[in-house]
Design a protein around this ligand. Structure first.
Ligand code: 9Z3
Length: 397
């Protein structure tokens, strides 16, 4: 099947998300506004995607991504003067509010009751931000309000992998008037596998046998057959569920050759867990999808190091947070830092990239320090903006 055929096969076979027309009209006016002022606009995708097991979804497959990379990057893009379309998994982290949300940074821990000036009215005292967080919260609040008041941030949610694909295609097409001022930053962790519509159960999958007379007429096939006939009879009352997933069609090529504006820059992320595979897989993705930059990261070290893989020299470039500035991470494994680069070198391949050196003096680097350490996105985004500027200049020539 040609890429165009597989595109129409997919998009004609699935219902578009209900919110798509509304998102499209919001996106069009947002983009028009920024085209007029010749501002650069980045589409940041963020968070995981769900893969429903039932049409009326009770159960779904999900992945680990909380959307930290996307939400953090969006803030640094705004800092660099970009307007941001933030296409995110619903309820994942959002730019600015991420500092005070979810269980690790519960907003209530930042608050206190002011000491009452009027003791007789102590039940109606003010709620205040605790002293130690005043400066940081003021800074975050100002940036957030600035982005909102200047129409610089458009938040668009999705949930399933299918919704994500519809939204991505719609937004890429809407971004056409931006030309080279458009940047795509695909950080969402998109599922590689899904259940096609014709094999999806309409109703909640039953764990025990349902007599025929109670089965819904909407089920074209008997509930037993839905997943490859993979319900193995175990006992009278319970069954094993075998889920048979198909690969999600890869539209990353169409993004370059079809949907996105001419001259725009496309950056995608590649996630691996095996250090031996990371650079190889990032290079393969770069060639396969003809993106301008693939940023490789390992699950265990993603907050401290990434690799820029580009079609032009230096082809492979590591960006690392200096040791003394690394944030603590429960899931991260610090002694894995450098492993993927070392694995690549031990293959004896030619690489023009010099071994990444750690800057020692923080004042030389311009790193942004937060309560939790330096965020690697504060190093990624300025480097990316330089590459985007280079592309824009080249396009104009
Ligand atoms: C990434 O690699 C992101 O950096 C993370 C961020 C998902 C690791 P967190 O949300 O994690 O900050 O915790 N995103 C892209 C992953 C992905 O699915 N890439 C596709 C692939 O690897 C290509 S588009 O095949």
């Amino acid at each position: 099947m040609s890429p165009a055929d597989s595109e129409s096969a997919y998009f004609n076979n699935y219902p578009p998300p209900k919110a798509l027309p509304k998102h499209e009209s919001l996106a069009r006016s947002f983009i028009e506004y920024h085209v007029e002022s010749n501002r650069r606009v980045v589409l940041v995708t963020s968070g995981g995607t769900t893969v429903p097991l039932e049409n009326q979804t009770v159960r779904f497959i999900d992945n680990f991504s909380a959307g930290t990379r996307g939400a953090t990057s969006a803030e640094y893009f705004l800092q660099q003067g970009y307007a941001v379309i933030f296409l995110h998994r619903q309820f994942s982290l959002l730019p600015y509010s991420r500092h005070y949300s979810h269980s690790t940074n519960c907003f209530l821990d930042f608050m206190d009751e002011a000491s009452p000036s009027d003791v007789s009215n102590s039940d109606h005292g003010h709620i205040v931000v605790r002293n130690e967080y005043q400066d940081e919260m003021r800074d975050v609040l100002r940036k957030y309000r600035y982005a909102k008041q200047n129409n610089l941030l458009l938040l668009l949610p999705f949930t399933t992998v299918s919704e994500y694909l519809f939204e991505l295609r719609m937004l890429a097409k809407c971004m056409n008037p931006l030309g080279p001022n458009a940047l795509f930053y695909l950080a969402a962790a998109v599922s590689d596998f899904f259940i096609p519509r014709d094999r999806m159960a309409e109703h909640k999958i039953q764990s025990s046998e349902i007599p025929k007379e109670f089965r819904s007429p909407e089920e074209a096939v008997g509930a037993d057959d839905i997943y490859t006939g993979g319900f193995e009879q175990k006992q009278e009352s319970s069954k094993k569920l075998v889920v048979n997933l198909d690969p999600v069609p890869k539209f990353l090529h169409q993004l370059v050759n079809g949907w996105s504006p001419e001259g725009s820059m496309i950056v995608s992320f590649k996630l691996e867990t095996d250090p031996n595979l990371l650079v190889y897989k990032a290079q393969t993705a770069l060639e396969r999808y003809a993106h301008h930059l693939v940023i490789g990261n390992l699950l265990s070290t993603r907050k401290w190091e990434v690799v820029f893989v580009t079609p032009n020299p230096p082809h492979e470039r590591w960006i690392r947070v200096p040791k003394s500035r690394r944030s603590k991470s429960i899931s991260g494994v610090e002694d894995q830092v450098g492993k993927a680069e070392a694995a690549k070198r031990s293959l004896g391949e030619q690489t023009s990239a010099a071994p990444a050196e750690e800057p020692t003096k923080e004042e030389d680097t311009g790193y942004i320090a937060t309560r939790e350490g330096t965020e690697i996105e504060s190093l990624i985004i300025p480097e990316l903006v330089k590459l985007h500027t280079g592309m824009i200049e080249k396009f104009k020539r």
